[in-house]
Every structure is written in C-alpha cells, then in structure tokens.
Design a protein around this ligand. Structure first.
Ligand SMILES: [Fe+2]
Length: 287
C-alpha cells in the first residue's frame, strides 16, 4: 500500500511535517508538526499548524494519529493544538522516559513532572504496529540522534525523523545528551535493510552545497548508493569518527531550550502559575 503523503515545510526551523493518508479512505496521520515560536518575544504562533489543519479540513480527512519521531530539539510540537482541533492520538517511542529523566534533571523539574511518558496517548515499542484506516504502521526503534527516536514505516513509505537526511546532506547529529553515533549507525542499517524502492521522508532539510531547492523525499536505494555519510558501504568506524568530529563543531539549535521543555511534555507548556502565567526556564551552563 502506498500512502498519499503531503509535506509542509517550515523554513524557520527547516522542519518537514507530513500528512499521511490511507488512499482507500479519509483516515490520516500527522507526523512531526510545528508550533511556531519566537524566542526573542516568547510568543507562540499557530500559522504552521493552521496550514495543516486547513488542509485536513478542506480534504475532509480524519486524523487518527499525531506521530512524533522523537523529542525535537529545534522546534516545538503542535500535536496538542492539532489534537484539540482535529482529534487523534499522540504517540512517541517508549524510550521517551529516558529523555524525560535526562531533561527533567537538566531543567530541575519538580516531582509533578512525570517521567513515565504518561503525557502521551501511546508509547510505541520496537515492532509495534498500528493502523491509519487500513494502512499499517510498523514501528522501528532507531535511536542514536536521541534515545527515543523512531522510524514509522507506513506502507511503502518510511518517516525517518532525524536519522538520515537527504543523501547529499547525510545524517543527524548525535551529540545531544543520550545520543550516540555508534547507535545511530546501527539504526540506519535497519532503515537501509528496507526494500530499495521504499520512499524515505526526512524530518529536516537544510539544502546542501550545490543544491538550490529544499528536498525531503528520497528512497532506500538512493540512500544506500549516495548518502555522503553512510552510503556505498561506509564502515561504522569511519562514520563514528566523521560524525563525532563534525558534531564537535556544531552550535546548539536556536530553540533547544524551549523545545525540550515543551516536547518532553508531549507539546504542552509547563503548568501555569496561579494567575495563569506560563514560564520556560533557561538553565545556565547546563547544555
Ligand atoms: Fe531532532
């Protein structure tokens, strides 16, 4: 089965969100949505999410799932906002508990912050499968970028989040707490073991030297042949050396501090004070 995939590109965070529909009906899922956030003013905006909501309403689709590939560090998830407007269940990998434990400490969250993943509607385990209408979704645990990263294999399409990027850009960084380049290499081998014609939809695109347009769709076959970090049979050892050296040069994503606090709560803001005010923390010299 080949799902109908519609991409929504957010230029501010280079994120691609997807609406994935069962071609035999109206059921769909939304993968990795974006809540716009202007850090300088502390203001949120729903422009990006509203584009998805408008599309789903216009087509008459029914949202069954809001799938997160991982706890994103570069944008806030709009899953709860889209859920409020359109319904659906919010799912993420069961290793979210590790991520909540790590960042619960970094942000000195009190005991009211549960680290058991209970903020999400469903925690997926390796090998789980669920349905979007009649379309089967198979869950692959693909950690490395973060401990909770998942790949959703939906019919002939794989939503790989931040594991593989476009072949000319390579792979995702592995230097966030709990990340591991060795683990990512092993996870990528699982994705590359899918049939060559499998369509791969990546979570981000930053263009690449010599490429003028954004792109987000490729195939397993193309990744195996051409991926600049892992293609044409590159060894785990070479990959780890390259990835770790490159990660040491990368700045933190602009929105990492607000993103982690919100996304580890399934896209909810921290609890409001008695007056209804909401605050995010900035941990000093912690990240
Ligand atoms: Fe990410």
């Amino acid at each position: 089965m080949s799902p109908e995939v519609t991409a929504f590109f957010d230029e501010a965070t280079n994120t691609i969100s997807y609406v994935v529909r069962d071609p035999k009906g109206s059921a769909c899922a939304v993968v990795d949505s974006v809540l716009d956030f202007d850090y300088a003013s502390g203001r949120t905006d729903t422009r990006s999410a509203d584009a998805i909501i408008g599309f789903v309403r216009e087509k008459g689709y029914e949202v069954q799932w809001l799938l997160e590939t991982h706890v994103h560090a570069d944008h806030l998830s709009a899953a709860p906002y889209i859920q409020q407007e359109l319904g659906g269940r919010i799912g993420i990998g069961d290793n979210i508990r590790i991520v909540q434990d790590t960042f619960g400490k970094v942000f000195n969250e009190g005991t009211e912050f549960q680290r058991d993943g209970s903020q999400f509607d469903q925690l997926f385990h390796e090998g789980d499968s669920v349905h979007i209408g009649q379309l089967r979704v198979d869950v692959l645990h693909t950690p490395g970028h973060t401990p909770a990263c998942l790949t959703y294999v939906i019919g002939d399409a794989a939503f790989v989040g931040d594991t593989l990027f476009m072949p000319d850009f390579g792979t995702a960084r592995c230097d966030f707490p709990g990340g591991s380049s060795e683990t990512l290499f092993a996870s990528i081998q699982k994705i590359l073991a899918l049939p060559d014609e499998t369509r791969i939809f990546v979570g981000h695109d930053y263009k690449a030297p010599g490429r003028d347009d954004y792109a987000w769709e490729t195939t397993v076959g193309e990744q195996k042949a051409l991926n600049v970090h892992v293609g044409s049979g590159k060894s785990a050892e070479d990959f780890v050396k390259m990835r770790d050296a490159r990660d040491a040069t990368l700045a933190m994503p602009k929105l990492i501090i607000p993103s982690l606090q919100v996304n580890m709560r399934a896209g909810q803001m921290p609890p409001a004070d008695e007056q209804g005010n909401v605050y995010l923390k900035v941990p000093v010299n912690k990240l």
